[in-house]
Design a protein around this ligand. Structure first.
Ligand SMILES: NC(=O)c1ccc[n+]([C@@H]2O[C@H](COP(=O)([O-])OP(=O)(O)OC[C@H]3O[C@@H](n4cnc5c(N)ncnc54)[C@H](O)[C@@H]3O)[C@@H](O)[C@H]2O)c1
Length: 262
């Protein structure tokens, strides 16, 4: 028996990185998954895991509706949302343009909110999860950048992730009476394509060679190794499963101690 046997989960940003690692872990725990991404790679991940794929851009209203309809069409309910898709761009604070600000905010904050809202409206119409006192669970991916804000090269990104922590708490308050919980994970420096991009952009801005920014970043991790997507997946599996049913409105750092370390 898996911890998540029969539980239905929608994961956004599931084509690679943290989303794909969570898909693998939740599938291994017995969950039924709808995997959503605008990248066609999501179909490969879904085929590997024998789960469902939806090509969707979370910034588009019609795509959100189509993506959220999928688990209801197939299974008549959605137990867990993992609201994870995100983008980044490094720029000195004084160079940030309105276009870049809008792009990051539109994916990382606006879309996260409207996905959460669309799912919550549907969850309100369904009964309790089998064997649970809850109707559903919402999980967002924020970041330790939401607290640190320290790196001025990440100004819009950090603000967007602080917003994700905030709306996680608003949803927790709004929906607790309806037996829907809302929590988020705050990863640190995770080995994914996003960090390859950070390494490149940071390197270009500060004249560092390939891999140098990454080396600098991971040097400060108290637990002494880079974070893997699977480290985040372990905590998402806990938030998706029954052991976290009495938690809501929380932001959990999964960062090897990075946020306190330097
Ligand atoms: N990698 C890190 O160090 C780190 C740290 C903290 C938080 N995070 C957050 O974790 C989440 C996942 O990041 P990752 O490291 O796996 O990055 P990633 O770039 O490897 O994966 C992000 C996925 O989101 C998808 N995506 C982007 N925009 C989308 C859109 N409009 N519609 C649908 N899908 C879209 C991409 O296609 C990609 O598959 C993001 O929210 C990111 O901000 C990452």
């Amino acid at each position: 028996m898996g911890r998540l046997d029969g539980r239905t989960v929608l994961i956004t940003g599931a084509a690679r990185g943290i989303g794909a690692a969570c898909a693998r872990r939740l599938a291994a725990d017995g969950a039924r998954l709808v995997l959503a991404d605008l990248d066609p790679g999501v179909e490969k991940v879904a085929a590997e895991l024998e789960q469902l794929a939806v090509r969707a851009d979370v910034t588009r209203r019609q795509d959100i509706e189509r993506m959220v309809d999928e688990p209801y069409r197939r299974w008549g309910r959605l137990d867990v949302l993992f609201n994870n898709a995100g983008v980044i761009r490094l720029q000195p604070m004084l160079d940030v343009t309105e276009e870049e600000w809008d792009r990051v905010m539109t994916v990382n904050l606006r879309a996260v909110f409207f996905v959460l809202q669309a799912v919550s409206r549907r969850m309100l119409q369904q009964g309790l999860m089998p064997g649970s006192e809850l109707r559903g669970k919402l999980i967002q991916t924020a970041s330790i950048a939401s607290y640190r804000g320290g790196n001025h090269l990440l100004t819009p990104y950090s603000a967007s992730k602080a917003g994700v922590v905030s709306l996680t708490r608003s949803a927790a308050q709004a929906l607790a009476g309806e037996r829907i919980t809302s929590n988020c994970v705050c990863p640190g420096a995770v080995e994914t394509a996003m960090w390859e991009q950070i390494d490149q952009e940071w390197g270009a801005l500060e004249g560092l060679g390939a891999g140098e920014a990454w080396k600098r970043r991971i040097r400060g991790i108290p637990l002494g190794r880079p974070e893997r997507p699977e480290d985040v997946a372990n905590v998402v599996a806990f938030l998706a499963g029954p052991d976290s049913d009495y938690m809501t409105g929380q932001a959990l750092n999964v960062d090897g101690g990075l946020v306190m370390g330097n």
